[in-house]
Structure formats: C-alpha cells, structure tokens
Design a protein around this ligand. Structure first.
Ligand code: MTE
Ligand code: MO
Length: 254
C-alpha cells in the first residue's frame, strides 16, 4: 500500500513537473533547450529525477503485481537487436565471467533448468506505452548466483537476504553477438522476480522472444528484458546499456 501510494505521488510529482514546463511556454521553449543524450535537457532532468526516485524507493521486498494466469497473452515481438544470426540451440552456452577470477564459465540450458522453476504472471511494460500480461517460467538469477557463486570476489554465494560485502555492485548482460546489452544494479539482479527465463505462456521461448534464455525483471521496463542472453559479467560501475546510451533512464524502473 505504502509503495503504491509513493508511486502515485511520484507520478503526480512528475506530472506537475511536466505541467510546469508547459506553463513556462511549452514545447517551443523545450525544444529550444540544449540537447543531452538526444533529448532536450529539461526532459532529461525529469527522466533523471524519475530514475533517482525509482532507485530510492526500490526495496528488495517490493514485488511487481501478479495477475491471474488466464489474463496472459503473447506480446508482440518488440526489438530484434542482437537476434540477427540464426541460433543453434545445441551450440548455445551461457557464458558467465567470474567477478573475482575473471574466468569464464559455460552453462547449458539444462544447467539453468536444473534450478528451481519459478512461474509468475506479470506485466511486461514497454517504454513505448503498451503493456501485456505474460506468464513466465525460469530460474531466479539469485538462485543461479547462489548455486554458482560467481558474483563475489571471494567466491562465496550471493545470498540476497544477507549480501556479502564483496558482492559485485553491478551485472551486465549481452546477446551472443554483443549487439544488445543491459546493465542492472545487483539489488535488481537478486530480486526474487528477476528470472533467467526459458518459457513464455507455458511454451519454450521462440527465437524472436529470446530463445533459449532471456531476462525478465518486471519492476523494470521491457528495455531491460534482454532476449537471447549470451554472456553475463559483473562490474564495479554501471555496465553499458543499449537504451541508456540513447538517452533513456539507466535504471528504467517503473
Ligand atoms: N536482444 C534484444 N532483447 C530485447 C530487445 C532487443 O531489441 N534485443 N528489445 C527489448 C524491448 S524494448 C522490449 S519491450 C522487450 C520485448 O519483448 P518481446 O519481444 O518478447 O515482446 O524485449 C527487450 N529485449
Ligand atoms: Mo520496449
């Protein structure tokens, strides 16, 4: 309830900010302002403030709403960056670079499917303004990093409830060809609804929806839901992020 109230007041606050901009002379004034990362600076500021508020309000205990499974639909295929090459499912491996060792360890889809299977019906929200309820199944990234302790310098497991001091602060993921990439802070990565997902609406993922493995993290916009994960690596600073480079909020929370 509190989280919802905060979200509402945040929206109202941002709405007021935009109304204020309109009062100052509207779009003409706005578009005469210098650009920052491809968008007029005042809007960039609103996006930044949105990002800061969203991380300030983020709690590991906050969950994205879940829906009745009967409401699940197939989303449109949106965004194909990094999916150009044909995928050979038998040859695919998830490559994870250890934070401490720097060594790359390879995993098969069966390794991921051997972890507890989590199912959830959540909303996929795109920054373009549409959203679809989808039933997902996959393994928690937190379970993966507890089983394969690659996110700490010392090699101890990353318990999300009691994070070790030497846990990497960020994780970055890329498609096998490196064309699409996202960064997440480690709190978001270890969130219980952040899944290495291999099924959509009860069926294995299709190539266009990210087969064999995609990220699903429903507290964030679709831009972070990387399809066809190739590599995972950890970092001390914000990993590069495809849409953040084009001017969108790096956190992309909603
Ligand atoms: N590899 C890759 N993953 C991606 C994208 C992309 O262009 N390439 N687009 C993102 C965006 S903007 C959205 S909204 C979702 C859409 O997921 P869907 O195609 O399964 O609906 O995928 C995300 N993951
Ligand atoms: Mo999107």
């Amino acid at each position: 309830m509190l989280a919802e109230a905060r979200r509402r007041s945040r929206r109202a606050f941002i709405g007021l900010g935009l109304a204020g901009l309109a009062g100052l002379g509207g779009w003409n004034w706005l578009s005469s302002q210098p650009n920052e990362s491809g968008i007029p600076r005042p809007l960039r500021k609103v996006l930044d403030a949105n990002g800061r508020l969203s991380s300030a309000y983020f709690k590991e205990t906050r969950l994205a709403p879940e829906f009745a499974r009967s409401r699940a639909r197939t989303p449109r295929v949106n965004g194909k960056v990094g999916l150009d090459q044909a995928l050979d499912p038998a040859a695919w491996r998830l490559q994870v670079q250890g934070y401490g060792s720097g060594k790359v360890q390879e995993f098969t889809l069966a390794d991921v499917q051997a972890l507890p299977k989590i199912q959830m019906t959540t909303e996929l929200k795109c920054i373009e303004g549409w959203s679809v309820v989808v039933h997902w199944a996959g393994a928690r990234l937190s379970d993966f990093l507890a089983r394969y302790p690659l996110a700490t310098r010392s090699g101890q497991p990353a318990d999300p409830l009691n994070p070790p001091a030497d846990l990497a602060p960020y994780v970055g993921m890329r498609t096998p060809d490196g064309a699409y990439y996202v960064g997440l802070d480690m709190h978001s990565a270890l969130h219980p609804q952040t899944l290495l997902c291999y099924e959509m609406n009860g069926q294995p993922l299709t190539p266009a929806h990210g087969a064999p493995l995609r990220l699903v993290t429903p507290l964030k916009y679709g831009i972070k839901h990387l399809k066809r994960i190739g590599t995972i690596a950890f970092a001390d600073t914000r990993p590069k992020d495809y849409w953040a480079e084009l001017g969108y909020d790096w956190d992309a929370g909603h």
